[in-house]
Design a protein. Sequence first.
Length: 406
Amino acid sequence: MHTADPPTPKLRRALTAPLLTLYGLGVTVGAGIYVLVGATAEVAGPYAAVSFLIAALVVSLTALSYAELATRYPVSAGEAAYVEAGFQRNWIAVLVGLAVAASGVISASAVAIGAASYLHTLTNLGTTLLTIGIVSVMGLIALWGIAQSVFVAAVITIIEISGLLFVIGWGMSVQDPQGYAFSETIPGFEINAWRGIFAASLLAFFAFVGFEDMANVAEEVKDPVRTIPKAILLTLVLATGLYLATSITVLLVVPIDTLSTSTAPLALVFSNAPEVIKQGFAAVAVVATVNGVLIQMIMASRVIYGLADRDHLPKILASVPQVTQTPVVATLLVVALILLLTQTLPIGTLAERTSQIVLGVFVLVNFSLIFLKLKPDSTRQHFHVPLVVPILGVLTSTLLFGAGFL
């Protein structure tokens, strides 16, 4: 008697709204704000916080588009699925999926090297050894299971957010701040000031990249129609509040000449603090960067899994063992690629281009939603945004994309 084959294991729906929000905050807040305040202040001067606000407004438009698309198509390889549905072209979907996965791998490689550099200052171990160790340990956590790995990322996210709150609290208690007065951080109507603000908003945008990764774990979300829009919007609101408060604090406390040349700007707030405080914050900075590696690993492996599951990549990459219910082969491939990049290539230029890959994907995703909205809607219940949202998303993402080549 012939017995039916057991069903192919699929990804486990284990993510609730709080876990998904912490996942989004983990990849969005992450290393970006810990390193970008100085670079943003170098371009925008005392108005760096305004640049973060403009970046938040630009990102929020595309975030709303993602919220609708992720509830129309709650699957892994989210962007690839959206573009395939909107453009009706498989090759564009594969290209977008591979671009998204590449951005995650490149970003994780850059962040792993940064985390190893922070750890080197605390341990004096070699950065090559530390980099391999960080990538390997994060890879094991990513293989463990989505609920477990996102739980670990959520705990780390709470630590890194606590670090930002500590920066804000400590900075506000400094007796003799060396930065700008608060009134000086509010721009007037001078053209040059606003030119600097808009130029710096491209840098500030990098700090918001990450919310789109939430779409790539949609297949593992409980009640995606209700959970995903709520988690995406909550992530952006909380991240924006943290960024504004942190950037204003640093501008008030740290002299602009020192701030604009620093690659670890938040540490400057503790320049006169006891050594134990400085070491403690350095440890938090390590944790923040390590979290970026884990979350980008999870995202890239889910995109590759999703493409393979839709027959765009070899089927072996979609294999999901019953024990872990995670895409093991796809995750191992991502870990191997990250190790290769961290050990062989100068990734500075690649990391810069990551943001432009993301903006290019944003343009295509917004166009997809425009095309879908112009057709009769036959999909099941989902979150809705007005047509003007993806139209503005295309315009703003294109403007930021172009600014990167100026």
